[in-house]
Design a protein around this ligand. Structure first.
Ligand code: SF4
Ligand SMILES: [Zn+2]
Length: 465
């Protein structure tokens, strides 16, 4: 494929290229910008102006260097083989193909995109977003031949982005709702995705009716449509095979395919648990589930949340622990639609194990939270640290409260000389401490993927002299 005449190079070798803040000309979306989206819509042949690229609002050189701006990427496609199911599939590839462009970095998806354009590329002549659009048209048509016509519109006008953003949210929501009526038991094939292996080489997404991809952009229908129309692409069928454990969600077929596609790095996967053999996480998860060892509960934080979660860690720190395609007990990247799954962490206690989530996220998944638990799940409004969380859970009568009260009860009185022989023996074997931040002395140590086994714990009173 030729990109002759382009001011910058376009090639898979630029995938994974990072653009630091100091090197960026401008950025679009990301945490500082509330309105941003990418959306692909299918349309009849007559309604798509083939290979047209428009910029609605200020173009690159009309923007102030070093700043962050709203952006909407709207792509219309048509073709005789194109069906609605393929819209999210094409949409997810915007991430891949944009990253082929020298000096353009694309992260995340849907309403959460974050793009940086490098100073170097603008200097080389990439002075308009239309170059990006032209590259996308060429790449998409070459890689997904079922796309017969394609038009790209970049919206930078803030008012128009905001207007389209609301429409886009409704469309994402309608797509997600489709898979809700199905169960994993209804199908004998799940689907996989390895699109993110350029960033996380061992990562394989397993997409089932009850487990949306962790980027949230592909559900089972979408992945199936992608695997059918582009069998050599990043999506592929995974015959479920024998069910090894229906509660944890372990399947022979899934283990086999994931082992093969991760080149042996991941041998077992539990679809409905964050402990033992959790699903791997690449980097574009919509939110993170984290274990809170002090209350033996699970907390959640979404990408847009500013500030620290109840464990004292902001999203970005936890994202670094979670991503990269490794299995990390105690940290798990997930798609927001998984909250609505009937199998939501079913091996770990499901909703009765959930202790904390930001208000914004709680509001967003309100429909999925069992009514009797809604007030028992804390947010940043009620608690800001683990001590406050403990009190909150006990006061509200959270399902974990009984265990917490038991743990807080004072130990029976004992004579000092009897202590060594009668000391309590605490067996903590296989407790997932991956999420356990150890603090003290002004430093913070995070034990990742560690298991601590304590055979015996002796507590002695030290007499002051
Ligand atoms: S997060 Fe998973 S489903 Fe989404 S693009 Fe990456 S590999 Fe594919
Ligand atoms: Zn990813």
């Amino acid at each position: 494929m030729s990109f002759e005449g382009f001011p910058v190079e376009v090639s898979p070798i630029y995938e994974g290229e990072r653009i630091r803040k100091e090197d960026m000309y401008v950025e679009f979306g990301g945490g500082k910008v509330p309105y941003k989206f990418e959306l692909v819509l299918s349309a009849p042949m007559g309604e798509v102006e083939d290979e047209s690229v428009k910029v609605v609002g200020p173009d690159l050189t009309e923007l102030k260097e070093g700043e962050s701006y709203p952006l909407g990427i709207l792509i219309k496609v048509s073709g005789s083989k194109i069906e609605k199911d393929l819209e999210p599939v094409v949409e997810r590839r915007i991430h891949l193909y944009t990253n082929y462009i020298e000096g353009v970095m694309h992260l995340n998806q849907r309403y959460d995109i974050w793009i940086r354009i490098s100073k170097k590329s603008v200097k080389k002549g990439m002075t308009s977003l239309s170059w990006w659009g032209k590259a996308l048209v060429r790449l998409f048509k070459a890689e997904m031949p079922f796309i017969e016509k394609m038009e790209v519109t970049f919206i930078t006008d803030p008012e128009k982005v905001k207007e389209w953003y609301q429409k886009a949210l409704e469309i994402y929501n309608a797509r997600d709702a489709r898979a809700r009526a199905m169960k994993d038991e209804d199908v004998d094939t799940f689907y996989g995705c390895v699109l993110c292996q350029s960033f996380a080489p061992q990562h394989v997404c397993v997409i089932a009716p009850n487990r949306v991809s962790l980027c949230g952009a592909l559900n089972w229908f979408d992945a199936r449509a992608a695997a059918n129309v582009d069998p050599k692409g990043p999506n592929f069928p995974i015959p479920k095979g024998k069910c090894i454990d229906s509660v944890k969600g372990e399947y022979e077929g899934v283990n086999e395919v994931v082992a093969k596609r991760s080149l042996g790095a991941v041998k077992r996967v539990y679809m409905y648990s964050m402990f033992g053999y959790p699903h791997t996480s690449c980097g574009c998860f919509e939110c993170i589930a984290f274990y809170v060892p002090e209350v033996d509960g699970i907390g959640f934080v979404h990408r847009g949340f500013r500030g620290s979660a109840v464990n004292g860690l902001p999203f970005s720190t936890m994202a670094a622990q979670t991503g990269g395609g490794i299995q990390t007990e105690g940290f798990l990247g997930m798609g927001i639609e998984y909250f609505r799954s009937p199998k939501f962490f079913q091996a770990d206690g499901g909703w009765s194990r959930v202790v904390w989530m930001p208000v914004e996220l709680k509001e967003r998944v309100k429909d999925a939270i069992p009514a009797e638990l809604y007030d028992k799940i804390a947010t940043e409004k009620e608690v800001t640290n683990v001590e406050e969380l403990k009190k909150f859970l006990v006061e509200k009568g959270h399902p974990l409260a009984a265990k917490l009260k038991e743990a807080a009860a004072p130990p029976p009185e004992e004579k000092p000389e009897a202590v060594p022989a009668a000391a309590p023996t605490l067996e903590v074997t296989g407790v997932p401490v991956g999420a356990m931040p150890v603090t003290g002395g002004g430093i913070k140590v995070i034990l990742q993927g560690a298991k601590i086994s304590i055979k015996k714990m002796v507590i002695k009173r030290v007499e002051k002299k």
